[in-house]
Design a protein around this ligand. Structure first.
Ligand code: BES
Ligand code: ZN
Ligand code: ZN
Length: 500
């Protein structure tokens, strides 16, 4: 989809579909059936207001978030159709509702084979550039469907999305940023959607190389030999049961004129398929475990955006990728392995493999000079039990890093909820046999014991851990996004990097 920003009057703009946003201006909080919504168009365009007035007065359209209403041949407009898209309560409208409503318009057009869409820039009190950025993000993200492997696939992707505004000059930079961020998120989603037989660890590395090298990122792709040479015993333990060799992917962004001595490390869990290994998972739903590399995809996507946005800080991303398989050569419960840091780990459950590959990834990132670390991983089912699918888990050993990340969420609109990783939980991962064990022994606090395990490998380095297990895959279609890979964390991680 080609996204455009145009200084153009919506009245005379010829398009098969013109969209306009509307919000419910009623102040009643009642959810009763007789509660009367007051849909109000967020436009300064008189022709649009006139064309929509009768239908808005009818009360048929309540302007709920994701609600749509279509008018054909709207009088007084050059557009063939006018689509009114709801934002929910006017008082609650933020850039995140604008993002969703822009997506809703795109997903309305797609199945109807309408190839071009224009949107009348909404009149709100929100900063106009933030609004433009969120709108183009929402539109681009909505254009994606995970149907690459369907023979009956009809490419219904839109040809163009045009944002019409009275003066585009103050919006242009933010609009371009939104294009970069959504392209990065889309790239992460396409990686996550790839099946485990195609996207094996080295293929993940090759895709990262093909995408990032042309953008000026240095991409090094290592496998078994280097992993053994570095003594990455934790990553190797997971990898050794698979016919598909592991990958250590190191991506480096070097700013032309760095404004800071900080070096940011982005570490991703890249399990291209998680069977659970010898502690094998139940068959039901196992196919989903192709998305156990969503943390890695988020980091590769973030590097794509970083290459284009060019922050003044050095960024190194380390992705540890392997396939977790049961096999004659696979690691077993009871095994003791030595991580690159020298710590010994007693394996209790081979399904707790993500923390093992991250342990070596985090330590390696430190040896490469990273002063600040962030990791993303589909790490625990326990995090999904704790927070459901509406918030990802966030853990940190550093208030300032955490605060910076939190502030970025105002732009990205993603949802994270902080969970503790304080010293009193440390005893839960003590082992009698080795320095630590790879589970908390019981199911209780499983997201926290996983975070405590990672914390062993970051030492005093400021660090953030994102457990995205519940948000990496969208289980149900929404009006603004397809079900399937979400691309969670890409935009928030980029905001965090830019805060340095
Ligand atoms: N990849 C899974 C976590 C996961 C669960 C991701 C659901 C996405 C959705 C991870 O490797 C895992 O299996 N974790 C175990 C840890 C346990 C054995 C301590 C879990 O959460 O059950
Ligand atoms: Zn697992
Ligand atoms: Zn896993």
């Amino acid at each position: 989809m080609n996204t455009k920003l145009a200084t153009q009057n919506a009245t005379t703009f010829a398009t098969p579909l013109l969209a306009v946003f509307a919000a419910d201006a009623s102040t009643s909080t009642s959810t009763a059936k007789d509660a009367k919504p007051e849909p109000k168009l967020l436009t300064t365009n008189d022709a649009i207001t006139k064309a929509a007035s009768t239908v808005l007065a009818s009360g048929e359209f309540k302007a709920g978030l994701g609600e749509t209403l279509l008018l054909h041949a709207p009088a007084g407009l050059a557009a063939q159709r006018l689509l009114i898209v709801g934002l929910g309560k006017l008082a609650d409208v933020t850039i995140h509702e604008l993002r969703k409503a822009a997506g809703t318009a795109v997903r309305f057009a797609k199945p109807r084979a309408i190839r071009d869409l224009a949107l009348d820039f909404p009149k709100t009190d929100l900063p106009a550039s933030d609004a433009a950025r969120a709108i183009v993000e929402g539109a681009s993200i909505a254009d994606y469907d995970p149907d690459t492997y369907r023979s009956d696939r009809k490419d219904l992707s839109l040809q163009s999305f045009t944002l019409l505004a009275a003066d585009v000059a103050p919006l242009a930079a933010a609009f371009a940023e939104g294009e970069v961020l959504s392209a990065a998120q889309l790239f992460a989603r396409t990686l996550v959607n790839e099946p485990g037989n195609i996207l094996v660890p080295l293929e993940l590395g090759r895709r990262a190389k093909a995408e990032l090298e042309p953008l000026g990122i240095k991409v090094e792709l290592f496998s078994t030999e280097k992993i053994k040479e570095l003594k990455m015993g934790a990553l190797w333990a997971v990898a050794q049961g698979s016919e598909n060799p592991p990958a250590l992917i190191v991506m480096t962004y070097e700013p032309k004129t760095p404004k800071s001595k900080d070096v940011i490390g982005l570490v991703g869990k890249g399990i291209t398929f998680d069977t659970g290994g010898i502690s094998i998972k139940p068959a039901d739903g196992m196919e989903k475990m192709k998305y156990d590399m969503a943390g890695a995809a988020a980091m590769i996507g973030a590097m794509r955006a970083i290459a284009e946005l060019k922050p003044a800080v050095k960024v190194i991303s380390v992705v540890c990728s392997a396939e977790n398989m049961p096999d004659g050569k696979a690691y077993k419960p009871g095994d003791v392995v030595t991580a690159m840091s020298g710590k010994t780990i007693e394996i209790i459950n081979t399904d707790a493999e993500g923390r093992l590959v991250l342990a070596d990834g985090l330590h390696y990132a430190k040896t490469l000079g990273c002063t600040h670390l962030i990791d993303a991983a589909t790490l625990t089912g326990a995090c999904v039990v704790a927070l459901g699918m509406l918030n990802a888990g966030i853990f940190s050993n550093d208030e300032s890093s955490y605060e910076k990340f939190n502030r970025g969420l105002e732009q990205s609109g993603e949802h994270y909820w902080r969970l503790p990783c304080t010293a009193e939980y440390r005893d839960l991962i003590k082992s009698q046999i080795a320095d630590i064990m790879n589970t908390g022994g019981s199911r209780w606090g499983g997201a926290i014991t996983a975070a405590m395990f990672l914390k062993e490998f970051v030492g005093d380095t400021p660090w953030i851990h994102l457990d995205i297990a519940g948000l990496a895959w969208i289980e149900e279609t929404r009006p603004w996004i397809a079900k399937g890979p979400s691309g969670i964390a890409v935009r928030s991680i980029v905001e965090w990097v830019r805060s340095f």
